[in-house]
Write a protein that binds this ligand. Structure first.
Ligand SMILES: [Cu+2]
Length: 278
């Protein structure tokens, strides 16, 4: 495993550590900076434990993407919402994204031939994948049998960890996180292995003028699964709101902004009085 102690990357590493907080451990793999905050590493690196894991420490290089399941579904045709939040993200080369498992059992996987899928990340970028992320082991009992209650700390998404000193959230499970630096310009389509079929996929656009030879708005034009996106991920990645140009223009595209999540009367259900929210 390569060490970066004496490389010019080390100063960047320090900034990154400050930006993402919470004892993240960095390694360099190929051209991309990968970091992973797993339990053992965090315990061994407790110098930075839970001090200021907030993203507001004056850097613009760290972005946060939540990975989550919520219900009832925005689109009634789906069992629940399985999504990355935001679902579309525009970055500049070198920007770092911190993926946070707000609910457990998610991962971040690139569409890549190494994984048996058509490449939907820039050429030259190696395949990458996070582990399946859940609660941090240290935040639940070592001999715990049942899953803990989900975080009910009252803080909204985005600042759930940043306010308290840790005492009040001692019993709340903490999400695992995973970092990835997007260094090569282009379009990156990413999926969650457990939930791709439920539509859990996202798109990152790096740079302002990406070339997207594979991109399409037409689900029928995509390669068939498993070469192309599977099931509802096809809809997610062909959503008009996730067109690369739309992502570049918007900066971030929230899950709720996808056209597939707009309750449209154009579908076959002529429910004029929607039982749920309208
Ligand atoms: Cu998932």
């Amino acid at each position: 495993m390569a060490r970066d102690a004496d490389s010019p990357f080390s100063s960047y590493r320090r900034d990154l550590m400050k930006a993402v907080g919470t004892g993240a451990v960095l390694t360099t793999l190929g051209g991309s900076a990968l970091a992973q905050a797993d339990d053992e590493a965090t315990e061994a690196d407790d110098g930075m434990a839970d001090d200021e894991p907030d993203g507001e420490t004056g850097t613009t290089t760290a972005y946060q993407v939540e990975m989550r399941i919520s219900g009832p579904p925005t689109n009634p045709e789906r069992p629940a919402d399985f999504f990355y939040q935001p679902t579309g993200l525009h970055l500049q080369p070198g920007d770092v994204v911190k993926f946070v498992a707000t609910t457990p059992d998610h991962n971040v996987v690139s569409y890549h031939p190494s994984f048996g899928m058509g490449r939907r990340i820039p050429t030259g970028v190696p395949a990458f994948s996070s582990p399946v992320l859940g609660w941090r082991q240290a935040s639940i009992g070592a001999d715990q049998m049942d899953p803990p209650a989900e975080m009910g700390g009252g803080a909204g998404p985005g600042d759930g960890q940043g306010t308290g000193t840790g005492d009040e959230s001692a019993s709340a499970p903490e999400p695992q996180t995973w970092l990835y630096a997007f260094e090569v310009p282009g379009v990156y389509d990413l999926l969650c292995s457990p939930h791709e079929a439920f539509g859990m996929a996202m798109r990152v656009v790096v740079g302002d003028d990406p070339e997207v030879p594979f991109e399409t708005e037409d689900p029928e034009a995509l390669p068939e699964p498993r070469v192309g996106p599977a099931e509802l991920a096809r809809e997610t990645l062909t959503d008009p709101a996730l067109q690369p140009s739309a992502i570049v223009e918007a900066g971030t595209v929230a899950w709720e902004e996808l056209e597939a999540n707009q309750v449209s009367p154009a579908t076959e259900t002529p429910t004029e009085t929607a039982a749920d929210e309208s």
